[in-house]
Write a protein that binds this ligand. Sequence first.
Ligand code: PMP
Length: 357
Amino acid sequence: MKKHNYSAGPCILPQEVFEKSAQAILDFNQSGLSILEISHRSKDFVAVMEEARALVLELLGLEGKGYQALFLHGGASLEFLMVPYNLMKVNGKAAYLDTGTWASGAIKEAKHFGETLVVASSKSENYNHIPKEYTIPSDADYFHCTSNNTIFGTQMKSFPTTKIPMICDMSSDIFSRVLDFTQFDLIYAGAQKNMGPAGATLVVVKEDILGKTGRDIPNMLNYQQHIDKESMYNTPPVFPIYVSLLTLQWLKNLGGIAAIEKINNQKATLLYSEIDRNPYFKGTAAVEDRSNMNATFLLVDETHKDVFDAMWKEAGISGLNGHRSVGGYRASMYNALPLESVQVLVDVMQAFEQKMN
Ligand code: PMP
């Protein structure tokens, strides 16, 4: 039986994507060959890459607006350093918003390249909210933020306006909600939440921000090289890209980001209402900053942990434990998680309440 999969990433993908990608491993496009054994330069795979790159821009509403979509290796973590390598001028500086473990990871890498200014941080409150009052220096080379903080369950509901390029790590909420994506000059995301399996990283970059740093950038780390080579500078992660394409097609057929956003809002409302109603649970993130992707919560009385854990496992739920650094529970409700799975969790929380009463 398929589990109700709340894993934070890698995570649930649409069932039809699993089925189609399994088929492509056996026989891709009825070619008599597996997708795993053909050249990345073959006509069939080049078509996959072209469609995936185009579909990313289409879904984000960025077609014809000077953006390029790239599928790279190295995870979002490599982007932590590719961003400053490609965008921080020699003797320049960059501004960062520190909203969690991943944001602070990006800050650490930027420091290798030059002055890295943290405009605000919620670290002292264990990253339970998104700082709102801060100033972005107009002479920084770029501003970097993290739209969704996977570990702490907070999400930026709005973004600052600034004249300098805005860079956003959208690893855990890309394609989940409607935003004006033109406000960002570079977006990056590891594939393994809303897009596909681990192994590919999506980078969407406005081409005219590149080439201004005066740095000598090694080819593999140079966005312009990857753009010039149409995202095939070296052998790309072919299978993760193919599975990503299938997920993007699934999203488009569903009605795109606006359609999935409605479902995501329903899921989040259902779960947060229960967390707030049920006296045995409490949320950990500031209400106005709660993530629609990762809901973090605690048992009011931790001594009941064994009872609750046994109940959700019995109901076929998987992956509900919080990140090892924070504990508690985290329900990751990515695009492919059905509303019914959230209902199952809410039912378990209510059954737990009854048992305790
Ligand atoms: N940024 C965010 C917001 C993340 O959630 C993660 C991983 N969970 C990362 C960066 C790191 O991604 P990767 O493992 O692909 O390097």
